[in-house]
Design a protein around this ligand. Structure first.
Ligand SMILES: NC(=O)c1ccc[n+]([C@@H]2O[C@H](COP(=O)([O-])OP(=O)(O)OC[C@H]3O[C@@H](n4cnc5c(N)ncnc54)[C@H](OP(=O)(O)O)[C@@H]3O)[C@@H](O)[C@H]2O)c1
Length: 314
């Protein structure tokens, strides 16, 4: 099969690999589309260096193929699989979706939403799943602030918070203001012009790496700060110490400070399927790249030019 092959950190080339064989609880997918997110860049580059000690490969990437988000058709089922049958259209995550075929655990797959394309479905799992988990507990009428609202996680964050009945303020740079407004944000703040003001019941922090003290000033007395991530945190830890600091501080303050480690799970993806089929969330697709331009797709996301989501179509 054709695949983007990464033998060492930093680069990948289009090559040929054997079609993988599904094991117990797994299926073989004919990949139609693969999602690209900042995590794809982290695992390709091996940066921040923390990812190498977190089990993704110390000297080189463990997975020979980049890409985790996937949408495709079940080709074959492994032993013990009862959830899916050949021909089923699914989306979720796997190891190595930048390829014609990939093996995925059924515990990380759900039925593809009927009303979107494979490309749109592949743009959902990690970013949408992170937003769903970060916004748990939001109630109608609450005020939610989304930092990085024009990015992958933030663009779902705006839509899901609106679906939960919140009043949503999105923070982004100038080029993404119209997108964030179109996603349904009640207010949009262009951080290159002015910084956000006001107080919020929940802040979903997906960009900017602001100091905890700055973001906490925007919380109501018992408000919640969900730390998703940011890209300007240094090559060694990528800003992980901010999440660690929040976890420690959380013990001593009335605010809830939550460093988020999102889970890739079938039930979360199914929750997203329901929201999408109900028309409450639309995958915000920016660009599709062919597999031969997989590296360019990753670079486009890393350059911060992408608005919403990017996918590689096989
Ligand atoms: N914790 C987890 O489980 C988890 C899961 C998924 C992703 N992540 C991490 O979360 C972060 C966001 O992921 P993503 O996929 O959404 O990345 P993304 O698509 O690059 O979006 C991040 C957004 O933040 C914006 N931004 C940058 N500086 C900002 C600032 N000062 N104020 C407001 N917005 C700012 C960026 O563009 P503009 O500057 O042009 O507005 C961009 O749109 C990444 O670091 C990713 O690795 C963590």
């Amino acid at each position: 099969m054709k695949a983007l092959v990464q033998r060492r950190y930093g680069t990948a080339v289009l090559g040929d690999l054997d079609v993988p064989v599904p094991g117990e609880g797994e299926v073989l997918l004919e990949v139609r589309s693969a999602g690209v997110d900042m995590g794809t860049w982290h695992l390709l580059s091996g940066k921040p260096y923390l990812v190498r000690v977190l089990g993704f490969g110390f000297r080189g990437p463990k997975s020979p193929v980049p890409g985790r988000d996937v949408a495709g058709v079940v080709k074959e089922t492994g032993p013990g699989v009862t959830e899916f049958a050949p021909g089923d259209e699914v989306f979720g995550t796997c190891e190595g979706s930048f390829a014609e075929y990939a093996v995925a655990a059924v515990s990380r797959l759900a039925c593809k939403p009927r009303n979107v394309s494979f490309a749109e479905a592949a743009a959902v799992p990690i970013s949408g799943g992170t937003a769903v988990q970060g916004l748990r507990g939001v109630r109608p009428g609450q005020r939610v602030l989304v930092l990085g609202a024009g990015g992958g996680v933030g663009s779902y964050g705006v839509q899901i918070a609106k679906a939960l009945g919140a009043h949503v303020t999105g923070v982004c740079s100038t080029a993404k203001v119209d997108l964030v407004r179109a996603l349904g944000a009640d207010e949009v703040v262009d951080y290159t012009v002015e910084d956000f003001t006001g107080t919020y019941d929940l802040v979903l922090d997906c960009g900017g790496n602001r100091k905890l003290s700055r973001t906490r000033r925007a919380l109501t007395p018992r408000g919640t700060l969900v730390l998703v991530g940011a890209e300007n945190g240094g090559a060694l830890t990528g800003g992980f110490e901010r999440a660690l600091g929040a976890a420690v501080l959380n013990v001593f303050v009335a605010h809830r400070l939550v460093p988020l480690m999102s889970a890739e799970r079938a039930d979360v993806f199914d929750e997203l399927r329901v929201l999408i089929e109900a028309g409450k969330v639309r995958p915000p697709l920016d660009r599709e790249f062919p597999l031969s331009e997989g590296l360019a797709a990753i670079d486009y996301v890393h350059s911060r030019r992408s608005r919403g989501k990017v996918v590689v179509t096989i």
